[in-house]
Design a protein around this ligand. Sequence first.
Ligand code: BG6
Length: 484
Amino acid sequence: MVSRVIPVESFDLVVFGATGDLAKRKILPGLYRRYVGGQIPEGARIIGAARAEMDDAGFRLLAEAAITEFVDAGKRQGDLVARFLDHLTYVAIDAKGDAGWDRLKVAMRDGVVQAFYFSVAPALFGDLAERLHRFAIATPEARIVVEKPFGRDLETARALNATLASHFTEKQIYRIDHYLGKETVQNLMAVRFANILFEPLWNARHVDHVQITVAETVGVGGRGAYYDKSGAMRDMVQNHMMQLLCLIAMEAPYRFDPDAVRDEKLKVIHALEPVGAEDIVRGQYRATKDAPGYVQDAENPASTTESYVALKVNIANWRWKGTPFYLRTGKKLRARASEIAIVFKEVPHSIFGDAEGWRENVMAIRLQPNEGMTLSVMIKEPGPGGMRLTEVPLDMSFAEALGEDGADIPDAYERLIMDVIRGNQTLFMRGDEVEAAWAWTDPVIAGWEARGDRPKAYDPGSSGPEDALMLLHRDGRRWREIRE
Ligand code: BG6
C-alpha cells in the first residue's frame, strides 16, 4: 500500500510553552516525525517561545534531547535530526509583560501560514491572545491552538471563549481534544459512514446498549495538584469521552466538513439527559502496602476527588431513546485499555430453541493498545452432537490489516498539528460544543457536591469500585472485561 502524504504549505509555527512538558513529549517529537514523513516543507519554521532565556542553539539542544527520548531510533537515522533542527529558532518572551514580543514580530514572515500553539496554562491564554493582537503579530488568517482544560465549568469556559473571541474569530481557533486525533477515533467515522453494513442496525431497535471504557494503569502522581481540582469527570468525561459518545451517536453529517460534523455532534450533546444520583458511581484508588493511594498522590488527605467514574447516560432522540450508553474511566486500573463496545440485541426469535452458548453480537472498537475492531458472531460449534452455538470473533487489527502503513499510525498530536497548518477544523472542538458539554457536566458535578457523596475506594489494579458493577447488573447487563 502506498502512503499518500498530503503536502502542506510553508508555515511559521510558534510554540508558546516550548520548554514545557507537552512540547517535549508530544509537539516537538510529533513535528519531527512529520518531517521524516515528508510533511514539513523546507521553508517551514518552528519558533519556540517561552520565558527562559535561551538562544536558538540552546532550543535546538532541548528539541534534540526530546526527539532522542520520544522518537524511535529507527526514525533518527543519518542527518535527519540535524536537518530538522535547522527549522527551529527561539524567542524568549514574557507572557504577562512586554519583553520579547517585538522580537517575535520581527521573526514572523508575511505570506506564509501562521499558527500559534498555546501550550501553556489556561490562565495565560488571554495574555497571549491580547499581546499577539496588540503587537500586531498575528495576521487575520493566523490560527491559534489551545489545549485542554478548556475551562472547569460552563462559566469559565464561556469566559475563555469570550476572551479568545475578542482577538480571534472562531475560524482561527483550534481547540484540541487529542482523542479526536487518534486514528481509531477517526476510523469510527469511516466505519460508520463509508459502509452500508452498520447503519441499518445503528439504533435503539437493534442496539441493546453501548459501553465506552477508557482504562488507564497510571495514577495521578506528579500531576496531583492539577488533577485534584479536576477529577475524572472534568479530566476525561467532559471532553474525551463525550467526543467518543458523539461520534458513535451522531447522525450522518451531510458532508465531511468541519461545521457539518460539529453541528451533528452538538445535537447529540443537546440531547443528553441529566444524570441522576443512581446512575453515577465515583471511585478513588486506595493505598497498598507498596504504593501510595490517590490522596497521597494528590497530597490532599481529605480529597473527595474521583480518580474513577462510571455513568449511565441516556440520549433523548429518535435514534437512541431506550439504549443506554455506559461510560467508565479511571486511573490505576488493571490494564491500559480503551474500547467502545456496541452490544446488539437478541435475535427476534431463536429457531434453535434454548441452544447452548448463545451470546449477543458485539462490535468492539479498540482505541488502544492494538487499535482495531472485533465483531463477535455466533456459529455452530463444530462436530457432531446437535446444534450447539459458539461465539467467534471476526478480528481485525488495523496494523496487520494495513501492513506497513498500519504499523506507522501517527500520534494524535501529529495529525492535529498538520490539520492546523492545513486549516482543517473538523477534528477540533467548536466553542458552542465545549459550552454544551459543560452545560451537561456541571449539574452532574453539582449533584454529587450537594449530596456530599464521597468516592468509593477501589484497589489499584482492579476494574474499579464494586458499585460500578451494579450500575449494569441491575439492568441485567455486565461490563466487558478490562484487558489489553
Ligand atoms: C489527558 C488527561 O487529557 O488524557 C490525562 O488529562 C489522561 O489524565 C490522558 O491520562 C489520556 O490520554 P491517552 O492518549 O494516553 O489515552
